[in-house]
Design a protein around this ligand. Structure first.
Ligand code: KIV
Length: 278
């Protein structure tokens, strides 16, 4: 069972302790209301920098800023009370130095109250991860397809489909585990490689396009609800809310035009007049 009977928030060490146990359930959220809906079902809510593409219609996550992440992180914290909330560090807020990373992560944690941050990168970020963890910041790492490196990777491509590509990805996963990350997201990784990494490292792997072999799964909420126009092969649409929203908005527009909305039930009446005393 993925729901823990607890009145306090799930912590990063709680997630770390789930290695090899019941699968860890995670989805993204950027708003208070969706966070409230997710809270009782998810162990971990990720305020992903995918919000740049999903909420703001950006082409990639590159333009996302620390202020954008903090604003939505605060909203998700207000809407939830149980799940561990992890906020993504956006591109440019952590790569220059360990000190830059600490400054950004500390701002995120102080201003949102979240329980952990996530950053992209394997071996190249290992020193930074160790620096943050030593200073009290729980870090979730992210290896395989790392969307913030889209310009260097040349596109969103599945990683590790050829065994000759495995070694660097495995080294990345081992490096972040050794550096003290409490979990690692494996994105768009061929199933046998994801299974091998999950067997070989001591921290939970959270897969997105990395098969059921991982210790947990994460999806972008809008993708699985059918609200995103295009989704990768690894997404299963658990609902198709796009047409339902279209029908609701069309009905509203028609009723407003016909003056049948607002109807009697939706308007305020005057207070009944009190009879004057004789
Ligand atoms: O930004 C995001 O939503 C993510 C998930 C895709 C893992 O990093």
């Amino acid at each position: 069972m993925s729901i823990e009977p607890s009145s306090r928030r799930i912590s990063a060490p709680d997630i770390r302790a789930r290695k090899g146990g019941n699968p860890i359930v995670s989805l993204t959220s950027y708003h208070a209301h969706t966070a409230a809906l997710l809270d009782k079902h998810c162990d971990l809510i990720l305020v992903g920098d995918s919000l740049g593409m999903v909420m703001h219609g950006l082409e990639s996550t590159i333009p996302v800023t620390l202020d954008m992440m903090i604003l939505q992180g605060k909203a998700v914290m207000r809407g939830s009370s149980r799940a561990l909330v992890v906020v993504d560090m956006p591109f440019g807020s952590y790569e220059a130095s360990r000190e830059q990373a600490f400054g950004s992560a500390a701002r995120i944690m102080k201003e949102t109250g979240c329980g952990a941050i996530k950053l992209e990168g394997g071996r190249r970020m290992a020193d930074t991860i160790a620096f943050l963890v030593e200073r009290g910041i729980p870090v979730m790492a992210h290896v395989g397809l790392t969307p913030q490196s889209i310009n260097a990777l040349g596109g969103f491509r599945t990683q590790g489909r050829d065994p000759s590509d495995w070694e660097p990805i495995e080294q990345d996963a081992r490096a972040v585990a050794q550096a003290g990350a409490f979990a690692v997201v494996l994105e768009a990784i061929a199933e046998p490689l994801a299974a091998k990494i999950t067997r070989d490292i001591p921290i939970p792997t959270i897969g997105i396009g990395a098969s059921a072999a991982c210790d947990g799964q994460v999806l972008v909420l809008e993708d699985m609800l059918g609200l995103s126009p295009r989704v990768p092969k690894f997404v299963k649409r658990y609902s198709d809310l796009g047409p339902a929203i279209d029908r609701a908005v069309a009905a509203y527009a028609a009723e407003v035009r016909a003056r049948s909305f607002p109807a009697a039930d939706n308007v305020y009446e005057m207070k009944p007049r009190r009879a004057k005393a004789p």
